[in-house]
Design a protein around this ligand. Structure first.
Ligand code: GAL
Length: 362
């Protein structure tokens, strides 16, 4: 048997083992109820925020998929307020949802919501962002460390392997922000050690807020150090960072992002942002909705990895991510139906636009 085949068999065995482990989870749910088979599954979806375009996309896709599977979704958004998110989770639990899906604002604080759900026999899925310090049922996300690697690799390449960077990290309460940093550091650390790259200034943007990101970049500019790269961890904070650059009339700086939001794609076209990371939200949202329904029914879910959350190895599913820049916008986000061609190239006269690709809606 070739090494590849051996690896495939091992990963298959692992998937089955993890799948079985989830099936033994808190369960409860629709299948164990008296009206088994007839009861409509109720999913609670608790979101940190809907202020960023990305999360509206997650909600819409998740709800549509769950509906197509015959489930009902009760959606709550906490607008970045931890106390509100806790109360909303409690009300979803009191509403006797069969499964709770949480995008935590604070991954550590939401452990309490998981514990309360478990007391009522409700399984919990952490969606996109990990909930730490608790016995969590499932984690469905993207390869977040790889996001950071791709951002830093792109930036360093565009900078010709050397120069000075300003870094805008994400929200310190979001475990993903740490994973993005971890991936970025993997690429940057050796270059910093060799003296090729310098980080002139960096800070965490509380709540992933563009206003906070702008403040960080303004502080960097005030230091008076010239920089060629702006390593922003997501499109929202990149937007704030770009505002600071524009106000200070700084041009030619390479700016990273993440989420392939429409505004970011348009900035890539006009040159004020250089790259973003495309996270195919349909994979995450559809996958999570399918798994939520299965967990609610007490059916096994096949996880393909585990992620340690400080308390347990959480059965997890990690979807792939893709670097997007001006030369592959068409073949990635546009061809995938993620962003509309006409909107992305709105600022470009029709005669100067690239050829519109065939759009294959997933
Ligand atoms: C992260 C998420 C990113 C980005 C960011 C800001 O947790 O993975 O895609 O949206 O939050 O909301």
């Amino acid at each position: 048997m070739s090494v590849r085949n051996i690896l495939l068999v091992i990963s298959l065995i692992l998937s089955v083992v993890i799948g079985a482990a989830i099936a033994r989870g808190k369960g409860g749910g629709a299948e164990q109820s008296a009206d088994h088979g007839t009861k409509k599954i109720k999913i609670g979806l608790s979101l940190d925020t809907l202020k960023e375009a990305r999360w509206q996309g997650d909600r819409d896709r998740f709800v549509a998929k769950a509906k197509s599977l015959g489930a009902e979704v009760l959606v709550q958004s906490a607008s970045g307020n931890d106390a509100d998110q806790m109360t909303q989770c409690q009300s979803l639990i009191a509403n006797r949802v069969d499964v709770l899906v949480i995008v935590p604002h604070d991954g550590r604080l939401m452990a309490k919501a998981v514990e309360e759900a478990h007391k009522e026999g409700i399984p919990v899925i952490a969606y996109d962002r990990l909930i730490t310090g608790v016995d969590l049922d499932l984690y469905v996300t993207f390869d977040n460390v790889e996001v950071g690697r791709q951002q830093a690799r792109f930036l360093v390449e565009k900078m010709g392997g050397k120069g000075t960077i300003v870094r805008v990290l994400g929200a310190p309460t979001d475990n993903n922000a740490k994973l993005f940093k971890q991936g970025q550091d993997e690429i940057l650390d050796p270059l910093i050690k060799s003296g090729a790259i310098t980080i002139a200034h960096e800070d965490w943007a509380e709540d992933w807020s563009p206003i906070n990101a702008k403040k960080i970049v303004t502080a960097a500019i005030t230091k008076g150090v010239a920089f060629q790269g702006l390593l922003a961890s997501a499109d929202g904070v990149a937007g704030g960072a770009i505002q600071a650059l524009t106000e200070e009339k700084l041009t030619g700086i390479i700016v990273t992002g993440q989420d392939a939001e429409l505004a970011a794609c348009q900035k890539i076209v006009d040159g004020s942002q250089t790259m973003t990371i495309y996270k195919p939200l349909h994979l995450l949202a559809n996958g999570a909705a399918e798994m939520a329904v299965k967990l609610a029914q007490g059916r096994p879910v096949v996880a393909t990895a585990t992620v340690n959350n400080g308390t347990v190895d959480v059965p997890s599913v990690l979807y792939r991510v893709l670097t997007v820049h001006k030369d592959n916008l068409c073949e990635t986000v546009i061809a995938d139906g993620f962003q509309p061609f006409e909107e992305v190239y709105r600022s470009v006269p029709e005669s100067q636009r690239p050829l519109k690709p065939t759009v294959v809606k997933p």
